[in-house]
Design a binder for this molecule. Sequence first.
Ligand code: CO8
Length: 257
Amino acid sequence: MKHKFIQVRNEGRIGMIQLHRPQVMNALNRTMIDEIVQQLESFDQDSSIRIIVLYGNEKAFAAGADIEEMRGESPLSLELLDPFAVWDRISLIKKPVIAAVNGVALGGGFELALHCDLIIAAEDASFGFPEVKLGVMPGAGGTQFLTKAMGQAKALEWIWLGDPMSAYEAAHYGIVNRVVHPEMVMEETMKLATRLEKQAPISLRLIKEAVKRAVDSPLMEGKQFERKNFYIAFDSRDQKEGMEAFSEKRRPDFKGE
Ligand code: CO8
């Protein structure tokens, strides 16, 4: 499919999506978000792909929603457009999604990174919610993601002030997985993606679902859910292969079946 604002390629079993609107720091207009989500879904359905990587350019992962596109909206136009419905579909992606962040991840750009499972960031990357300075507020889950990650007091301080957060601060709060030299971001991301693509795909999928469930469920409910997924894993050939390989003292070859 021809895309306008993203570039797509496969690196073996890793599906790569590059945000590509460099003239406006990858500001996310609606077409671009649609393209990103459709491509995520397409990779999710593609059995030759095991891991998905989302990245921008050296200056920007994404500088937020496109302010020029958004400025004329009214409550009713937003209600009718329902611009966040497409964002909700990102949470339904089953495969691991890694965000590789160089430069800024602001507003909707930060929210897009927070919708990913893992974030690898450059040490000079900056994250933040500057919406308050535009007289609005985060709308694609930012208040919820940040509060769950860092607690109410810190989330309020960051979102009220709208200051950028360094990659190290984001790592301190568990938002970013790894902080590396700017030139090493893609290399580190691909190293991690390559390790993950060798793991049993069904295990990764069941683990993702169970870990995500932990964020919103009481402990007992989450444990029940985990147990169900544990049982399902025993229906896969990968479980047989993994345990057989252990006994035979060889590397497992997982097929995702
Ligand atoms: N929207 C539209 N254009 C943008 C955006 C943006 N978010 N960010 C940058 N640009 C454009 C600039 O206008 C500029 O265009 P031009 O060359 O035509 O003047 C070009 O990108 C380059 O930007 P700068 O010259 O400003 O570059 P700097 O390096 O000086 O600054 C910054 C980079 C710090 C990223 C700066 O551009 C900036 O502050 N951008 C706005 C950041 C922001 O406020 N983001 C939050 C937007 S609101 C939001 O995300 C709400 C999310 C809710 C989801 C919405 C779904 C509908």
